[in-house]
Write a protein that binds this ligand. Structure first.
Ligand SMILES: NC(=O)c1ccc[n+]([C@@H]2O[C@H](COP(=O)([O-])OP(=O)(O)OC[C@H]3O[C@@H](n4cnc5c(N)ncnc54)[C@H](O)[C@@H]3O)[C@@H](O)[C@H]2O)c1
Length: 331
């Protein structure tokens, strides 16, 4: 059992992680400013409502708790917004994280797990994308995450801070027990958008482009169930704790198997049809900055962390997300 600080633990991914940690017997403190998170999602840890950038809050929090590790999920993560307002992204995602890291070093908390992203790679030069792929982000969101990755390398060599960056591709699905799920507003992720079109919270789903160089002409993405993400984090925590993870490490996380937008919609149609619902689909033009294929090569995480996704099946992912959407839409 360890004492873990989960920053951003009232958000989508963080809240599932807090539940997994609590169920594994860890003591969890959640720090979250509730800017995009929800008190109701923070069911399993002790919630401290506050700001990552507030050193006067972080100092006593670290002094009072003997944290073994920090998992850092807090960030702004809307690509379009990051282009319009880069200051917000660099301030929160980079400067806020720097505050946290400095407090950690001062309090000798030397294990850090960071939510990074496929957006650090930019336009793929090849797929599946492995860790050797060049990192050339094409928006401030991706750049802000890459800056933290670089900072972590320097903090490892200068201060001995050991870290694991987990670069997620598309996080999706929901807690199979129905307690937690995705509540982004605005929602930008395909699966919840498709399901909102089924529940009636959205009129239709728009497919942006049918002329990509893929088998069915729609974009292909790598969808990773939230519980598989949580497992990778738990394994990264063990990896750091047992001394295997020294320095600043990074792993790509995805199923290594892409699904096209058309496939996702077809599976969603089948899942919601069982409950008598249907999804209206509109056609749209390609959007700028959408690569045709984004798929992870997660071989390194498999080898080093022993990670094996358990929920790679698209129907399972969509079914869990649909159960959550039905609750939200009160169906
Ligand atoms: N959802 C995905 O598919 C995906 C993919 C790749 C990477 N990521 C990364 O994973 C992390 C979690 O994503 P999510 O989808 O759960 O997002 P989310 O918005 O649901 O969760 C982020 C949480 O951090 C909190 N937060 C933000 N800024 C804060 C601050 N300054 N101080 C304290 N709390 C703050 C928010 O209130 C929220 O609860 C993010 O860092 C995101 O960039 C997500």
């Amino acid at each position: 059992m360890a004492n873990i600080l989960v920053v951003g633990g009232a958000g989508y991914i963080g809240s599932h992680m807090v539940k997994a940690l609590a169920e594994a017997g860890h003591q969890v403190v959640v720090l979250d400013n509730l800017s995009t998170g929800f008190r109701e999602l923070s069911r399993y840890g002790r919630l401290v409502v506050g700001e990552l950038a507030d050193v006067t809050l972080l100092e006593p929090l670290f002094a009072e708790n003997d944290f073994h590790a920090v998992m850092h999920f807090a960030a702004n993560s809307l690509v379009g917004e990051s282009v319009k307002d880069p200051s917000k992204y660099y301030r929160n995602n980079v400067s806020g994280t720097l505050n946290l890291l400095d407090v950690m070093v001062r309090h000798k908390v030397m294990h850090f797990i960071f939510s990074s992203t496929a957006a650090t790679f930019g336009e793929p030069e090849y797929t599946p994308i492995d860790e050797a792929h060049p990192q050339q982000p094409i928006n401030p969101y991706g750049a802000s995450k890459l800056m933290v990755e670089r900072i972590l390398q320097d903090y490892a060599s200068a201060y001995g801070l050991n870290s694991v960056c987990l670069r997620y591709f598309n996080a999706c699905g929901a807690d199979p027990e129905g307690e937690l799920g995705e509540c982004h507003d605005p929602e930008t992720h395909l699966i919840p958008l498709v399901l909102q079109a089924a529940s009636g919270r959205r009129e239709a789903i728009t497919v942006f482009g049918r002329d990509y160089p893929t088998e069915d002409g729609t974009c292909i993405r790598d969808y990773i169930h939230i519980l598989d993400l949580c497992t990778a984090h738990a394994q990264a925590l063990d990896y750091l704790a047992n001394g295997k993870g020294q320095g600043a490490l990074a792993f790509n996380l995805g199923n290594g198997q892409g699904f096209s937008v058309k496939q996702v919609i077809e599976v969603a149609q089948q899942v919601v049809a069982k409950d008598g619902y249907r999804i209206k689909v509109n056609e749209g033009e390609r959007r700028a900055g959408d690569p045709a294929v984004l798929v992870a090569d997660a071989q390194l995480a498999r080898e080093q962390l022993g990670w094996r996704p358990q929920y790679a099946d698209l129907e399972t992912i969509v079914s869990h997300a649909w159960a959550w959407e039905r609750q939200r839409a009160r169906l």
